[in-house]
Write a protein that binds this ligand. Structure first.
Ligand code: UT7
Length: 332
C-alpha cells in the first residue's frame, strides 16, 4: 500500500437492535427444533426481530445517528452514504436514498451495496478508498438487515439462524499516519449462486401467485457446503491481509469475524492458532444479522473498551454470492 495515501479512520460507530427478543424456546414453538440443537450446532441462544415499523431504513437511520453522535459529526458534513443490505425496504429506490432522506441529508452520493454477509466489509472498503481518492470528505457506512422478512418459518434449517439489526460507522481522513484502516481484501465467486439465495422476487423470477405458494421468496441455503467454504475462505483472507502488511497472526489484538456459526468461528480460531480471548463474538444474542453483524460486534468491542489505540484489528466475513472480505485496522 502506498504510504502517500491519507489515513482513513473510523471516528464513530453505532447500532440499532430491535427490542423484541426471540429465544430458541420461542423458535421451538414455530418449527420442530430445540434450544439444545440450536445452541450446540450454532452457538445462538436468541435473536432480535424487528416490528412492522422497524424497516431496514429505520434501523439504519437510528444506527447512523448514533455513529454520527459518537464521531462528533454534524449531519451536513457527510457527503457519502453507503448502505450494505440484502433486505432493502424495496427493490428501488435504494435504502441509502431512504436513509439519506430520513437523516435530512441533501445532495450527497448515496447508494446500496449488495454483498450479503460480506456487505459491511465491501462498504468499508469502498468508502475508505473513495475518501483516500479525495472525492469525498466524510462517509457514513451502514450494514442493516431485516432478515426476518425473508425467513421461511416452515424451514427449520434456516429460520433459526438469522436476526435483525443495523450497524453504522463514520469514516474520515486523518493526519494519524500509519493508523486507521490499513486496507481490505474483497472477493467473490458467482459460479454457484444456489448455495445461498432467494430464488424469486427479481427479474429472473418475478413475484407470481405460484412463486409465493412455492415459498420461493425466502432464503434457501446449502448449510453444509457454505460452512466448509466459510472456514477455508475466511482463514485464507485473514492470513492474506496480515501478510500484505507484514504482520503475523499472533500480532492480532482483536479478530471480529462475521457472526454466522460458533463452530465456524472455532474452526477459524484453530486454523489461525489464535485463542478465543482475541475474538469478539455476540452470535449468542443476535444470531446472524448478515451485513450488520461485524459492525454490531465492532461497536460493542469499542464501547466496552476492548479496543485501544494502536491495537491491530482484523475483520473477516463470508456470505452469499459467494462473497468474502477482510479488513485490517490499526486503531487510531
Ligand atoms: O452468513 C453466511 C451464511 N450462513 C452460514 O454461514 C451458515 C453455514 N452453515 C451452518 O451454520 C450449518 O451448516 C447449519 C447450522 C446450517 C446446519 O448445521 P449442520 O451441523 O451442518 O447440520 P445438518 O445440515 O448436517 O443437519 C443435521 C441434522 C439433520 O437431520 P438428519 O438429516 O441428520 O436427520 C437436519 O434435518 O439436523 C437437522 N436439523 C435440525 N434439527 C433441529 C437442521 N436444522 C435443525 C433445527 N433443529 N433447527
Amino acid at each position: 500500500m502506498s504510504q502517500s495515501l491519507p489515513s482513513v479512520i473510523i471516528s464513530g460507530t453505532g447500532t440499532y437492535l430491535p427490542h423484541r427478543v426471540v429465544s430458541n424456546d420461542d423458535m421451538a414453538q414455530i418449527v420442530e427444533t430445540s434450544d439444545e440443537w440450536i445452541r450446540s450446532r450454532t452457538g445462538i441462544a436468541e435473536r432480535r426481530y424487528a416490528s412492522e415499523k422497524e424497516s431496514t431504513s429505520y434501523m439504519a437511520t437510528h444506527a447512523a445517528k448514533q455513529a454520527m453522535k459518537a464521531a462528533g459529526t454534524r449531519t451536513d458534513e457527510i457527503d457519502l452514504l453507503i448502505v450494505a443490505t440484502m433486505t432493502p425496504d424495496m427493490p428501488f429506490p435504494s435504502t441509502a436514498c431512504l436513509v439519506q432522506s430520513q437523516l435530512g441529508l441533501d445532495h450527497i452520493t448515496a447508494f446500496d451495496i449488495q454483498a450479503a454477509c460480506s456487505g459491511y466489509i465491501y462498504a468499508l472498503n469502498t468508502a475508505a478508498n473513495l475518501l483516500r481518492s479525495g472525492a469525498y470528505n466524510k462517509a457514513l457506512i451502514i450494514g442493516a438487515e431485516k432478515m426476518s422478512s425473508i425467513l421461511d418459518f416452515e424451514d427449520r434449517t434456516t429460520c433459526v439462524l438469522f436476526g435483525d439489526g443495523a450497524s453504522a460507522a463514520v469514516l474520515e481522513c486523518s493526519e494519524a499516519m500509519g493508523l486507521g484502516i490499513l486496507s481490505s481484501i474483497t472477493g467473490s465467486d458467482g459460479s454457484n449462486p444456489q448455495l445461498l439465495y432467494q430464488p424469486a422476487g427479481g427479474s429472473a423470477c418475478p413475484a407470481t401467485t405460484e412463486s409465493v405458494l412455492a415459498r420461493q421468496h425466502f432464503i434457501k441455503m446449502n448449510g453444509r457446503e457454505i460452512f466448509k467454504q466459510a472456514v477455508r475462505v475466511m482463514g485464507q483472507v485473514s492470513v492474506d491481509i496480515l501478510e500484505r502488511h507484514g504482520y503475523s497472526t499472533d500480532q492480532v489484538d482483536l479478530l471480529i469475524p462475521h457472526q454466522a456459526n460458533m463452530r465456524i468461528i472455532d474452526s477459524l480460531a484453530k486454523r489461525m492458532r489464535l485463542p478465543m480471548e482475541r475474538f469478539h463474538n455476540n452470535l449468542e444474542y443476535y444470531g446472524n444479522t448478515s451485513a450488520a453483524s461485524i459492525g454490531i460486534a465492532l461497536h460493542e468491542a469499542h464501547r466496552s473498551d476492548r479496543i485501544r489505540s494502536g491495537d491491530l484489528i482484523l475483520l473477516v466475513a463470508f456470505g452469499a454470492g459467494l462473497t468474502w472480505g477482510s479488513t485490517l485496522i490499526k486503531w487510531h
